[in-house]
Design a protein around this ligand. Structure first.
Ligand code: GLY
Length: 369
């Protein structure tokens, strides 16, 4: 059964998240937005195109003014201004004007890149998110953050641009490889840890069904996880305060992602960053030792890493300082006060960060101990 979660922006209705298990109702949703009289461009990557590109193109072809598809190569390395420029050229060539629309079909890279293109082409055209990874469904497709990486820095250039609709077909999660799937789960666990201890307990209780990708359980899981994000982004859409809580695990996580040259998945780095942030929270006596070890070990059954080899803690510390999450030269660090309650703290010291990175660093000495 389909469900909807309406999202407001500045207290006014802005867009709905539709949770469903096929692409069958996609056209009905688009028609509601007047798409019969629009040109639509599906923006997708080579991998997602092979799986769903034709199905989505068929769902809209012959029903709107024009239906086209732009495909760029899969991979974070393509989340660049160069890809954005190529999409602009394609849109100009296909005669897209201000009232036309982009459909971002894919994971976080596609959503962020197509979203940024929509935010800037002709000073902004509409776009719809059709997220096809767990990471994109749980996090990146919601809340209007769009952007690209620049000079190796994640999401360094971007804009807030709200989608007109987020259409989640949960059945696509079944075609994700295990690594991609569980990596996305890192963002679900993050949502529970920062805001909802009951949801955290539910995730543990439903561990088997989540690992087996039971679609009804996944729908319930995503509905809860998106509701947590909804409550945060509706209050603080432009990240002037509370929205930064969603960056739990991301300060050290992004630094590891860059230090490892993007060889680890984003959600894997978030899990590592979350363990490090929970460690600092324990050392500050916000969490008990038992809570810290429970949080750390809860990532394991979901195949997420809790330690990482081959990093230089000093380099990670340096990279945390070049992350965007800085305010007047101070890192806005997210700590846990307890499971289900996160706080923003800008007093975390270099020593605390180094100790936390050493905690998750699996070194040769550990191997020989
Ligand atoms: N991914 C964090 C946010 O949307 O704010």
């Amino acid at each position: 059964m389909s469900e909807r979660l309406p999202i407001t922006y500045n207290k006014k209705p802005c867009y709905d998240i539709v949770f469903t298990q096929s692409f069958d109702s996609l056209w009905e949703e688009l028609k509601e937005m007047g798409c019969e009289n629009k040109r639509l461009c599906i923006v997708t990557d080579s991998k997602v195109n092979e799986l769903y590109g034709e199905e989505v193109l068929e769902a809209i072809s012959g029903r709107c003014l024009k239906a086209v598809k732009y495909i760029f190569p899969n991979g974070e390395e393509n989340k660049t201004l160069k890809t954005v420029q190529e999409i602009y050229r394609y849109l100009i060539q296909e005669g897209f004007d201000r009232k036309d629309m982009l459909l971002a079909l894919g994971g976080g890279v596609v959503g962020d890149t197509a979203g940024y293109t929509a935010a800037t082409y002709l000073r902004g055209i509409d776009f719809v998110q059709i997220p096809t990874t767990l990471l994109a469904q749980a996090d990146s497709s919601i809340g209007g953050k769009t952007g690209v990486d620049f000079d190796g820095y994640k999401n360094m250039v971007g804009a807030f641009k709200m989608p007109r609709l987020v259409y989640m077909n949960l059945s696509v999660l079944r075609t994700l490889d295990d690594r991609q799937y569980f990596s996305g789960f890192g963002e679900v666990m993050k949502a529970a840890l920062i805001r909802d201890s009951l949801f955290y307990e539910w995730l543990i209780e439903k561990m088997y069904e989540i690992c087996e990708r039971d679609l009804d359980i996944l729908q319930e899981m995503l509905f809860c996880s998106c509701k947590i994000k909804k409550n945060i982004v509706e209050k603080d859409p432009l990240e002037q305060g509370e929205r930064a809580l969603l960056n739990f695990g991301h300060t050290i996580g992004h630094a590891i992602e860059k230090a490892k040259d993007f060889s680890l998945c984003h959600g894997e780095c978030v899990a590592l960053g979350a363990v490090a942030a929970a460690f600092i929270s324990w050392k500050r006596e916000l969490l008990t030792m038992d809570e810290y070890y429970e949080i750390r070990d809860m990532f394991v059954p979901f195949y997420l890493p809790i330690s990482v080899e081959g990093i230089d803690p000093e380099e990670i510390l340096r990279l945390t300082k070049s992350d965007k999450k800085m305010e007047s030269g101070k890192i806005k660090f997210v700590l846990l006060k307890k499971i289900g309650k996160a706080i923003i703290d800008n007093t975390v010291t270099d020593e605390e960060i180094l100790a936390a990175v050493n905690e998750i660093h699996f070194s040769d000495e550990d191997a020989h101990a």
